[in-house]
Ligand binder design. Structure first.
Ligand code: TXE
Length: 502
């Protein structure tokens, strides 16, 4: 487990630098709070530019040492051993993730931990099977492409899927032989500490992965600014992403930004409506609606709108909200009391904008004593809002969906595409031609047809418009975490070269 026992009360969680738990130079600490109970779980290191500097020095030293010379096979084996290490600690990790985030333990067990394991295994396989292109130039030359590691890369990750998203970036970064400095969310830092230990046990040399904890504007900003950090992969809010881009762009860093969403779920009258209801509820409320891919705008063809909304409300009312430790609970706490306040603010705004809250949006009154003061909110469905309302335009990132009728494909697409975001969409229809037509016309990086969040790790992941820049996943991750170098070899006897061209 991460370093514990520094002082009284909650255990201290230190940085992980050069293969060891490392207290912050400033001595500053930030509380990591369980949003379901209000308990302080850990006092995390409050990192700053000096700590980031130490981590980058350790990362550079790792690249100059054995890690910089590790073969593909050696790197793949480290990732596989770490995947097994995470699996062996699955129960403990699920508990840490559930306590840090407020999410149901059942969800952490079923989704967060298995996916973290899968991420590391997947990128071990991906690097073993990687291929690069070779271009033959009119019989005169052979061009082949080398992948070169970038060097030190910075990873900044959010609080909604902490280990899941950190491994999604650590896997390909290490597979390619980079050294990493990671800055996990200050709200949910503990599983990152375990990951660092597990990777060390798996044989990762000291300094190849460093974790600097702390606040975004301090540790995060220092990482983004550091001149020796060659690339940044950031997942988080769109406003923070803009700040990261503004800092990184003039320093010519490679940048991958996975940002917010306001994703539509489109339900056509010809859909399997039972399946569509299941999918709409899952898309709307998984992880208390705190997944960037959540479908928070439910667009329903008018012919079935009234019946569909009635059935949706009945299902949403039946969702069990409560103590994340209860294995039957489907919705736990939101990530913090502050975030719960923000979501409640949007529900007030929805009413001011003329919306009708059909269910939910309240602080539950039937919670067990252990979690009675937690950041809970019952899942809400809001109707009667026009497409221009702020509630319909802005990312709420909580257990709130808005419902809207539409007439025909053109209106469905106008509504679906009528926001600044373009991350994902799900559409429900039995008409195959319509599915392809609408999918191609949706302004979204990822479209699911008759499903939601069915993921194949080989596929490109990322958003259009204000949902981000770049793609990760499969070869897109390998492309991001490496530089392509072309080598052009003249073929013997190919005759004089043609006049030079650019
Ligand atoms: O995230 P931030 P916040 C959305 C969601 C949410 C909103 C704000 O709508 O309500 O964003 O959430 C680090 N330089 N998403 O403020 O700030 C920070 O410490 C470098 C969508 O909690 O984006 C954390 O590690 N780093 C989302 C990470 O950025 C900085 C998931 C993300 O935090 C920084 C989370 C800075 N200047 C929120 N400032 C998704 N796409 O899934 C902060 N950070």
């Amino acid at each position: 487990m991460p370093a514990e026992g520094h002082g009284p009360g909650a255990p201290a969680l230190d940085h992980w630098i050069a293969g060891a738990a490392t207290p912050p130079l400033s001595g500053g600490r930030v509380d990591d709070v369980d949003p379901a109970t209000g308990e302080v779980l850990a006092r995390i290191a409050r990192g700053d530019a000096d700590d980031v500097e130490r981590a980058v020095v350790a990362a550079r030293a790792a690249l100059a040492g054995p890690w910089g010379r590790a073969t593909v096979e050696e790197r793949a084996r480290v990732l596989e051993a770490a995947a097994a290490g995470l699996e062996a600690r699955a129960d403990a990790l699920a508990r840490l993730e559930s306590e840090d985030t407020g999410k149901p333990i059942a969800l952490a067990r079923a989704m967060d931990v298995p996916r973290a394991v899968a991420n590391l295994r997947f990128f071990a396989g991906a690097i073993r099977h990687d291929e690069t292109p070779c271009h033959r130039t009119d019989g005169r030359a052979l061009n082949y492409t080398l992948r070169r590691p970038l060097g030190v890369v910075g990873l900044v990750t959010p609080w909604n899927l902490p280990l899941y998203l950190l491994t999604w970036k650590v896997g390909p970064a290490l597979a390619l032989g980079n050294a990493v400095v990671a800055k996990p969310s200050e709200l949910t830092p503990r599983t990152a500490g375990v990951l660092a230990e597990v990777l060390a046990e798996a044989g990762l040399p000291p300094g190849a992965l460093n974790v600097v904890h702390g606040l975004g504007p301090e540790a995060g900003q220092a990482l983004v600014e550091h001149p020796d950090v060659k690339a940044l992969s950031f997942t988080g809010g769109t406003a923070t992403g803009a700040r990261v881009a503004a800092t990184a762009a003039p320093r010519f860093k490679k940048l991958s930004l996975e940002l917010g969403g306001k994703n539509p779920t489109l339900v056509f009258a010809d859909a399997d409506l039972e399946a569509a209801l299941d999918g709409t509820v899952r898309a709307g409320f998984t992880n208390q609606g705190q997944v960037c891919l959540c479908g928070s705008r439910v667009l329903v063809e008018r012919a079935v709108y009234a019946d569909f909304v009635d059935a949706l409300v009945a299902r949403v009312r039946a969702l069990r909200v409560g103590d994340p430790r209860d294995p039957e609970v489907q919705l736990g706490a939101l990530v913090s009391a502050g975030h719960r306040d923000k979501v409640e603010g949007y529900l007030r705004l929805a009413r001011e904008e003329g919306g009708r809250v059909l269910c939910g949006g309240e602080r539950p009154t039937d919670l067990s004593a252990r979690v009675a003061r937690g950041a809970f909110l019952t899942p809400a469905v809001v109707a009667d809002l026009g497409p221009a309302c702020r509630t319909v335009q802005e990312e709420i990132f909580g257990p709130v969906v808005t419902v809207h009728p539409f007439e025909g494909e053109a209106e469905a697409l106008a509504l679906a595409n009528g926001v600044r975001y373009g991350l994902s969409a799900s559409l429900w229809t039995r008409d195959l031609a319509r599915a392809h037509r609408v999918a191609a016309a949706l302004e979204a990086g990822m479209v699911w047809v008759n499903t939601w969040l069915l993921r194949d790790l080989r596929t490109p992941f990322g958003g259009l418009k204000d949902s981000g820049v770049g793609r990760e996943g499969g070869r897109w991750s390998l492309d991001f975490f490496s530089d392509a170098q072309n080598v052009c070899v003249a073929l013997e006897g190919a005759g004089p070269p043609p006049a030079p061209t650019a």
